[in-house]
Design a binder for this molecule. Structure first.
Ligand SMILES: [Zn+2]
Ligand SMILES: [Zn+2]
Length: 251
C-alpha cells in the first residue's frame, strides 16, 4: 500500500498546502479519500494517474473535501490523451446523492451520467465496501451533521482517515490498532474549536486506540508554528509525523 498526500491544508489557501486529498494505491487500484480544491492539481504535479482512479470516498461535503470532484469528472470527460472506459465509483455520507444531483443542476447532467464510462454515485451504508482484498468501513464523526471517517483493512494492514472531527468515541474505534492513522489536527490547544482536533486531542486518541503510526494533517495556517510532534510525543509513544503535500508513505 502506498499513500500520497495530495492536500494537507484547510479552506484557507496557502502556497504549501492544498485542501484534503489522500491517494492510496494498492494492488493496482487507485483509491482516493477526499478531493478538496487543489488536490487534483497535486496529482498532476506528482505525475499520478488521475485517469486511473477507481474509487473516491468523500468524508463530508465541505468544499475543502469535495470541491475538486467536479473538475475531476470534467477532466475524465474532456481529456484528449486517453479514453476512460472503466467504472468510477464515488461514495459519500448520507445525503451525498442529493448533493451530486444539486451539482448536476449547476454544472450539467454529464457530471452524474457521463456517456463514456460508468459512474456510480453511492452513499455509505452499514455494509462495508469491498475493493479487491480491501474492506472499507465508514464511521460517523463529530463534525458536520453527516461527516464520516473511513477505515480500510487490507490483508493484515489497517489505514484509517478521520476526515474532520472533534474528539469522540467513534474516532477511537475508527483508528483502533491502525498501522497508519491519519488524523486531522486543525487548531492549537489554546485555540480549540468544536468539530476539530488539537495536537493533544489527536495524541490522546492515538494513545487510547494504540495506533502504530500517527500522521497529522488538515492544518490551519497558525499550526505551522506549533511543535505538533513534540506535543503529541509527550502523550503518545508511537511514531508521529506532521504531513506535507506530496509526502509518500509505504505501508
Ligand atoms: Zn476540512
Ligand atoms: Zn469540514
Amino acid at each position: 500500500m502506498k499513500l500520497t498526500i495530495l492536500g494537507s491544508g484547510t479552506c484557507v489557501p496557502t502556497p504549501q498546502r492544498s485542501c484534503s486529498g489522500y491517494l492510496l494505491q494498492l494492488d493496482g487500484q487507485h483509491i482516493l479519500f477526499d478531493i478538496g480544491f487543489g488536490a487534483l492539481r497535486r496529482m498532476a504535479e506528482a505525475d499520478l494517474p488521475y485517469q486511473d482512479i477507481d474509487l473516491v470516498f468523500i468524508s463530508h461535503t465541505h468544499p475543502d473535501h469535495v470541491a475538486d470532484l467536479v473538475p475531476l469528472l470534467m477532466a475524465l470527460k474532456y481529456h484528449t490523451e486517453f479514453k476512460r472506459t472503466k467504472k468510477l465509483t464515488v461514495i459519500g455520507p448520507p445525503g451525498f446523492r442529493n448533493f451530486m444531483d444539486d451539482a448536476a443542476v449547476l454544472f450539467g447532467d454529464w457530471i452524474v451520467s457521463p456517456e463514456q464510462y460508468p459512474l456510480a454515485i453511492k452513499e455509505i451504508s452499514r455494509r462495508p465496501v469491498r475493493a479487491g482484498k480491501a474492506t472499507i468501513r465508514a464511521y460517523p464523526m463529530a463534525h458536520d451533521r453527516n461527516a464520516v471517517g473511513y477505515r480500510l483493512e487490507y490483508v493484515d494492514k489497517v489505514f484509517a482517515y478521520s476526515g474532520d472531527t472533534g474528539p469522540c468515541d467513534a474516532v477511537i474505534k475508527l483508528v483502533r490498532n491502525a498501522d497508519v492513522a491519519l488524523l486531522e489536527c486543525s487548531f492549537p490547544d489554546d485555540q480549540a474549536m468544536a468539530g476539530h482536533l488539537t495536537p493533544k486531542e489527536a495524541g490522546r486518541i492515538a494513545q487510547d486506540a494504540r495506533c502504530k503510526k500517527l500522521l497529522l494533517t488538515h492544518f490551519y495556517p497558525m499550526m505551522e508554528h506549533v511543535p505538533v510532534e513534540k506535543i503529541v510525543g509527550d502523550i503518545y509513544p508511537g511514531l508521529v509525523e506532521r504531513v506535507h503535500d506530496l509526502n509518500v508513505y509505504d505501508m
